[in-house]
Structure formats: structure tokens, C-alpha cells
Design a protein around this ligand. Structure first.
Ligand SMILES: *Cc1c(COP(=O)(O)O)cnc(C)c1O
Length: 366
């Protein structure tokens, strides 16, 4: 049992609200894949999946062991593994996970294994590179893929998919539309020559926001479920799901000239009351938030971080705040606070969420 008092509360109602927000942007028949990789964007992939399992059609994880955790927790929903490796393929089959096959190396390895153990119509997903240049076959690979597929009934293509490089950026609209058109062309080739019609999907969260016409059969929503849209307007329609809380461990009264924390980075100019909180950079709070760049909320008031962020602790200025040891501390509980931390840390909401470390307890509140 993790008795670290710093806790991430995952707001189930907010998750449901966000899912419904995206559903109402889509055709009723469009399927929804919930992306729960990286521990559900820094929360708890298993608890999120248990909560969403009857509300979505698919889950996706990045790595095989993330999918295994979901299966071990009893999740029966189809799970797409976005980034498997050849040595993972036997476990993928053992746990009935569905691999993304993104190049001939892994495609042929899976086919060989499927033939050897006589799988029947095992669901796989084939990814095409349409411009992100990260993972995926090129369109010139299509004839070879189709001829291999026609020779086997051990695997069946559940879906063809691709991923957009700049779906959030309307200045890259031409590029994105070109990716979508290339994908549609690839799908057409398959539909013409394969003999059956796999599902198609290309949109992530900001894809749904900006290019909902390209929803095809399914969309893959990640960050949107966790409260962040494409821009301020979208984000304001969503609810924050990640509420990070702690308590005050100790309060000190510091005299002018005394210092707080490592490297004596904070020097008191006047009598100062500081509160020590058990969360540090090892819990995912960036050192960039030190020295009054970041703040927390104590009894609804802003308390700035003073001195450097330590591995396990921060000290905050509570000179003007009426508070006691043991009082609750909100590290963040709004999108605004998360975006502030992202801004100060020179990063994006995704990284603030996924940085929340495994040391922090996670609890989903329905
Ligand atoms: C992570 C990921 C997503 C989810 O993206 P969001 O922007 O968080 O919605 C979708 N598809 C793929 C291939 C991904 O890797």
C-alpha cells in the first residue's frame, strides 16, 4: 500500500463529460478508441480503462506490458498496442492484444508466428506513414502487404490507420489535408484488392476538433479525455480530470537573512512563513517551478514555491495564508494551473500530466 500522502484524484465525472463532449462531435456510428498509454496520461491506465470499458469501443496503449496490465485487471475490450516489438509478439497473442504492424520486419514476424501456431483471423492493425515519418508502412508497400494477406487466413486486418503530424495547427492545414487524402487513397487500394474492408482511423484529439469530416470509422482520443482540447475555447468545454493534492508536513518561521532549501536559493528579506509539502521533482514537479515560478493552493490562496524544488519536497511561501500543519494543499486541480506549469516548464499539458510519477497514489473518484 502506497501511504505517500500526495495523491492524484482522477475525476470520473470529468472523464465521462469529456468523452461525451467528443461523442457529440461525431456521427453516432463512429467508434471511439480511448488512448490510455503512459498510465492513462500520468494517472492510472487500469482504473481509467475499468471506468471507460463499457463506454468506448477500443483502448490503445503504447507498449505491450501496458496492454498486459489491462488484461490482468480483467479488461475484455479490444486493445491496440501502438508500438510493439518482435520479442513481444508471443505475449501479445497470449493476452489477446492487437498489434500495430508498422513495417515488414514485424509484419512478417507476426505472420510467421500466426502460421506456426495456427491462429485464425487474428486481429491486427496496419499503420501507414502519411507524413509524420515516425512509424508506418509507405504507400508503395501496399501491393506486397496485400499479396501476403491474401495468402493467409491466420491474421485479419481489423483496421488500417495513420497519425497526423500537426492536427492542432491550422497553419498546417494543407499538409494535414494531404495526409488525410493520402490515407483515403491507401484505404481505397486495400478495399479494392483485399476482399474485405478493415476499419479506418486517423484522428487524434485535435484531429477530431479540426478535421471531424475525416473521422472514418473510429477516432483515437487521448488528451481530450483528460481535459485538454485544441485551444482555449475547446479546453474550456472540457473538465479537468487530474487533481493533484498533498498536505502541509511542517511550517517554519524564517527570519530576515535566513535561507530556505538547497543552494540557499531563497533568502528571506522579511519574516517569512514557509510550508514544506511532500512532493518534489521525483513526483513529476519540474525544477523549473522553483523560485516563485510555480504555485500551489492552500485554503484557496496561492502559495508560491520558494527556493529550489527538491527531489521529494517543495517549500512554499505561506506568510499571508492562515494555515496549519496537516492542511490540504492543491498542487493543481484546474486546466489553468496545469497550463501554467506547462508554460513555466516550457512544455505542453501532455508532459505535465504524464510526468506525475508512479510514487504518487492514484484514485479514481466516480
Ligand atoms: C498518443 C496517440 C494518440 C492520442 O493523441 P492525443 O493527441 O492525446 O489525442 C492517438 N494516436 C496515436 C498513434 C498516438 O500515439
Amino acid at each position: 500500500m502506497n501511504n505517500h500522502v500526495t495523491v492524484l484524484e482522477i475525476d470520473g465525472n470529468a472523464l465521462k463529460h469529456n468523452l461525451n463532449y467528443f461523442k457529440q462531435k461525431l456521427q453516432p456510428k463512429t467508434k471511439i478508441l480511448a488512448v490510455v498509454k503512459a498510465f492513462g496520461y500520468g494517472s492510472d491506465g487500469v482504473q481509467i480503462a475499468q471506468f471507460l470499458k463499457d463506454k468506448v469501443d477500443y483502448f490503445a496503449v503504447a507498449y505491450t506490458n501496458e496492454g498486459i496490465s489491462l488484461r490482468e485487471a480483467g479488461i475484455k475490450t479490444p486493445i491496440l498496442v501502438l508500438h510493439p516489438q518482435i520479442p513481444n509478439l508471443p505475449s501479445i497473442i497470449e493476452y489477446r492484444l492487437e498489434p500495430n504492424l508498422y513495417n515488414f520486419k514485424i509484419f512478417n514476424a507476426f505472420l510467421k508466428l500466426a502460421d506456426k501456431i495456427l491462429l485464425m483471423n487474428y486481429s491486427v492493425h496496419i499503420k501507414f506513414n502519411t507524413g509524420l515519418n515516425r512509424l508506418g508502412f509507405w504507400h508503395t508497400d501496399i501491393p506486397k502487404i496485400i499479396s501476403s494477406l491474401k495468402e493467409t487466413n491466420h491474421i485479419k486486418v481489423a483496421s488500417l490507420f495513420s497519425h497526423l503530424a500537426a492536427s492542432e495547427d491550422l497553419e498546417e492545414q494543407d499538409f494535414t489535408v494531404n495526409q488525410i487524402n493520402n490515407f483515403a487513397y491507401i484505404a481505397q487500394q486495400f478495399y479494392k484488392h483485399l476482399g474485405y474492408e478493415p476499419m479506418l482511423h486517423i484522428l487524434n484529439t485535435s484531429g477530431v476538433v479540426n478535421y471531424s469530416k475525416a473521422q472514418f470509422d473510429m477516432v483515437r482520443v487521448g488528451i481530450g479525455l483528460y481535459g485538454f482540447g485544441n485551444d482555449e475555447k475547446e479546453t474550456s468545454q472540457l473538465k479537468n480530470t487530474h487533481n493533484l493534492k498533498s498536505i502541509i508536513s511542517q511550517i517554519h518561521l524564517i527570519q530576515p537573512g535566513e535561507t530556505v532549501g538547497y543552494n540557499r536559493a531563497f533568502v528571506a528579506k522579511r519574516p517569512t512563513k514557509s510550508a514544506t509539502i511532500p512532493i518534489g521533482h521525483a513526483d513529476g514537479l519540474s525544477r523549473k517551478l522553483g523560485n516563485r515560478k510555480g504555485y500551489v493552493l492552500i485554503n484557496n490562496q496561492k502559495a508560491e514555491i520558494i527556493g529550489n524544488v527538491c527531489m521529494d519536497m517543495i517549500m512554499v511561501d505561506v506568510t499571508k495564508i492562515n494555515c496549519r500543519e496537516g492542511d490540504e494543499v492543491i498542487i493543481f486541480n484546474t486546466q489553468e494551473m496545469i497550463l501554467h506549469n506547462a508554460d513555466v516548464s516550457e512544455t505542453i499539458s501532455y508532459e505535465i500530466l504524464t510526468s506525475i510519477s508512479q510514487r504518487v497514489s492514484k484514485i479514481l473518484k466516480k
